[in-house]
Each structure stands twice: as structure tokens, then as C-alpha cells.
Design a protein around this ligand. Structure first.
Ligand SMILES: *Cc1c(COP(=O)(O)O)cnc(C)c1O
Length: 398
């Protein structure tokens, strides 16, 4: 007998759950790329993508994943030998910095503990120590998907301004866009990147860069900008093919159109509120589990946690054992503890992450938590009681 047969549920932080509506919208014959419905549909994407980022400025779409978005930002913002100040609050800050180094950019990392957000004072000090303005941009992750820390982006902007430094502010919102509040213009962000497979509910394959007028002006001077990555034709091109530097990602774009319709129907504020409440349900369960035994949430302060993914440590080997049990016995796949310990270190087996990102509702989250409860029980992992009641109380609004 298996209890895993039935619809499997992938609760990892990307790719996220793909709505049937999005998949159905992609299921079609190849469209004409030279004229007609594809062109008409793509024209409707731009205003909705701007609204999603809360910006009046530009957006470019690439065929690529999150790493492609990093490269798009790096190659337009910098010239060889320029400096980037990278604020690291987990695995993805390290990733963006190494992507920059690979292009010949000098990436200065400010590393913060994995449990806490960026300390704005250290950002101001690092910029004050750069009187020649070799730092062209500050790179920061909004929600680091590894540590699950959420940074206060307006505070980073204020830290740059406090130093009187002209560096642009570039934000990786891949794990948070469409889940956590994001106000590109309101927070003074110059560049924001995202990818299709997280809060946007579309299969992996589209990368997005939103950019301010200042960022567009900066790219004119960048000598790392190559024809494929160059923002200019993608945001100012007059021919359809220029927008995608060749063949458009036709089916992904139809999927994106459907996802943006779903977002508009629910409303961005309501989507943020749904993610906030579901996150609180997950945290309430973990708070109860951690009352006894080794289970701990990675980020102690709820104000510093992302709303799309929750990280916890159970202690090795409990994390890996629980993930294995949930997948093989119950059809639930949980996330690994990305970047929390080296993969060859036994401590690596102590972590899990639970995604609650995108097309996720209360019954999915409660089912996930109940399955974790069953796994903790089956594996005799020490824990406090009352987790499911606590999560249900959040959902019930009690
Ligand atoms: C997922 C993710 C990435 C990387 O995306 P890929 O599509 O795997 O290249 C980068 N940054 C953040 C914050 C992410 O969540």
C-alpha cells in the first residue's frame, strides 16, 4: 500500500505550483510570430508587468531563468573593473556576486548573519569608504530563498542616500514578487529582477528586468553590455523581434498572460494578504513544534521573514529523513536547506524549507503542515504539541 498515490504536491520554492489555467493557456498550436494575435497579446503584457512591480518605468523580458536575470542586470549596469556592493543575507546574494565576478566585475560582499536582514548602517559605511564612486550599484536580495530572510528595501535606499553615493539600487525579487509587497518606485529601486517560476506561477523559462530611467541611462555607458543582454532594444525596440532578440517565448507568454489575469482578478493587495496569512499559519505550527525539542525557525523575528517560503532546522539527520518520509509516504516534496550548511557536511541534513508561494491556498498549507506532523510522529522527532490547532486558528482568523 502507498499513501503517496494521488496528486503530488511540490512545496519547494520554485518551480511553484502551476495553475491549470496557466497550463491550459499554453496548450495551443504554434502562433504566427510575425503578426496577429501574439503581437496583440504581448502589447497587453507591459502595463500589467509595470503594475505588478509598482513602477511607471521599463520592463524587459528574457528567455531564461533567474540566473539569466542576474546576468542581464550585471551586464547592463557595469563595465569591466567596476565595483558592485553585494549585500548577502543567504545563498542568493552569494550567487549574484559570483555571477558578477564571472563577468569581470569586482564584487565586494557585505555578509550578514543568515538569520537577520541587512544592517543599513554597514551599507552606508561601505559606500562612504568609496569616495571615487567605483561602486556603480548595490545588489540586494529582497527575500533570500535559502535563508528566507526578507530585507527592508526602502531602508537600503535610505542607507545609499545617507552616504550621498550615486550607486544605483538593484534588487533580486525572484522569490518575493507576487507574494510579498514590492514597491519599485516608492522604494527608490533602479533595477528589479524576477523569474516566471515562483510567485508568477508560470513554468521556468522567463526572466524579467524592470528598470528606471537612471538605469537605462547607465546602461549606455556599460562595456559589458552585449547585443543579446542589452536592455535598449528590449525596452525601446520598434520591431517585435527586437523585444525578445529573436523568436519570442510564445507559449510562456500566453501562460504569463493568464497568470497576470489571475493576479488582476484577485488583486495584488489581496494576494499579499493571502501570503501573509498563510505564512503566519506555517509559523504558528513551527512555533508549537519548537516549544519542545530541536525544531527552530531559521529567522527568529517574524518581521524579517519572507511570506513565500519558510526555513527551519530540525537537526541532522531529521531534516532529510522528514523530507524523504513526506515525499515517499505522502506525496509531498519539501525544500532542502539551501546554503545553510555545505552539502558534504552532515549538518546539511538538518534543514527543510516549506514553500507557500504563488498558487497556494489554505487547504494546501494545512495539508502540508498535517503531513509534516505525521512525518514527525512517524520518525519520532521530538516536538511540541498543538501545531495543527495553532495553524487552523490562524486560518480561522481566531
Ligand atoms: C530561484 C532564485 C534565483 C535563481 O533562479 P534560477 O531560475 O534557479 O536561476 C535567484 N534568486 C532568488 C532570490 C531565487 O529565489
Amino acid at each position: 500500500m502507498s499513501l503517496a498515490n494521488g496528486r503530488p504536491y511540490l512545496a519547494i520554492p520554485g518551480p511553484s505550483v502551476m495553475p491549470e489555467r496557466v497550463l491550459a493557456a499554453m496548450h495551443r498550436a504554434a502562433p504566427n510570430i510575425y503578426a496577429g494575435p501574439l503581437h496583440d497579446m504581448v502589447a497587453t503584457l507591459w502595463p500589467d508587468l509595470r503594475a505588478l512591480a509598482r513602477t511607471r518605468h521599463h520592463v524587459a523580458i528574457y528567455i531564461g531563468n533567474g540566473h539569466a536575470a542576474w546576468e542581464a542586470a550585471n551586464s547592463n549596469l557595469f563595465s569591466r573593473g567596476d565595483k558592485a556592493l553585494v549585500l548577502v543575507t543567504g545563498q542568493f546574494g552569494i550567487g549574484w556576486a559570483s555571477a558578477a565576478r564571472g563577468l569581470g566585475i569586482e564584487a565586494q560582499q557585505l555578509v550578514f548573519p543568515k538569520q537577520t536582514p541587512v544592517d543599513a548602517m554597514r551599507v552606508t559605511m561601505a559606500l562612504a569608504a568609496d569616495p571615487d564612486h567605483r561602486i556603480k550599484a548595490v545588489l540586494v536580495t529582497h527575500v533570500d530563498t535559502g535563508s528566507t530572510v526578507r530585507n527592508d528595501i526602502a531602508a537600503v535606499r535610505a542607507a545609499i542616500d545617507a552616504a550621498g553615493h550615486p550607486a544605483l539600487l538593484a534588487v533580486d525579487a525572484i522569490a518575493s514578487l507576487g507574494c510579498d509587497r514590492f514597491e519599485m518606485d516608492g522604494w527608490g529601486v533602479d533595477v528589479m529582477i524576477a523569474a516566471s517560476q515562483k510567485g508568477l506561477m508560470v513554468p521556468p523559462g522567463l526572466a524579467f528586468v524592470w528598470l528606471s530611467e537612471k538605469a537605462l541611462a547607465a546602461c549606455a555607458k556599460s562595456d559589458l553590455r552585449t547585443p543579446y543582454w542589452d536592455w535598449t532594444p528590449r525596452v525601446q525596440g520598434t520591431e517585435f523581434w527586437q523585444l525578445f532578440c529573436g523568436t519570442a517565448p510564445t507559449h510562456h507568454l500566453f501562460g504569463l498572460r493568464e497568470a497576470l489575469d489571475m493576479i488582476a482578478e484577485e488583486g495584488l493587495e489581496a494576494i499579499w494578504a493571502r501570503h501573509a496569512t498563510l505564512a503566519r499559519a506555517v509559523w504558528a505550527a513551527f512555533d508549537a513544534w519548537s516549544a519542545e525539542g530541536p525544531i527552530r525557525l531559521t529567522v527568529a523575528d517574524p518581521d524579517h521573514r519572507g511570506h513565500s517560503v519558510t526555513g527551519a532546522q530540525l537537526g541532522a539527520p531529521y531534516g532529510s529523513e522528514l523530507r524523504h518520509w513526506c515525499e515517499t509516504t505522502a506525496g509531498l516534496t519539501l525544500g532542502i536547506g539551501l546554503g545553510m550548511a555545505p552539502p558534504d557536511d552532515p549538518a546539511w541534513h538538518g534543514f527543510i524549507r516549506v514553500a507557500h508561494m504563488g498558487h497556494v491556498n489554505a487547504h494546501m498549507v494545512l495539508g502540508t503542515l498535517s503531513t509534516i506532523e505525521a512525518g514527525l510522529r512517524a520518525l519520532h522527532i521530538p516536538r511540541g504539541a498543538g501545531a495543527l490547532e495553532a495553524a487552523a486558528a490562524v486560518v480561522a482568523g481566531a
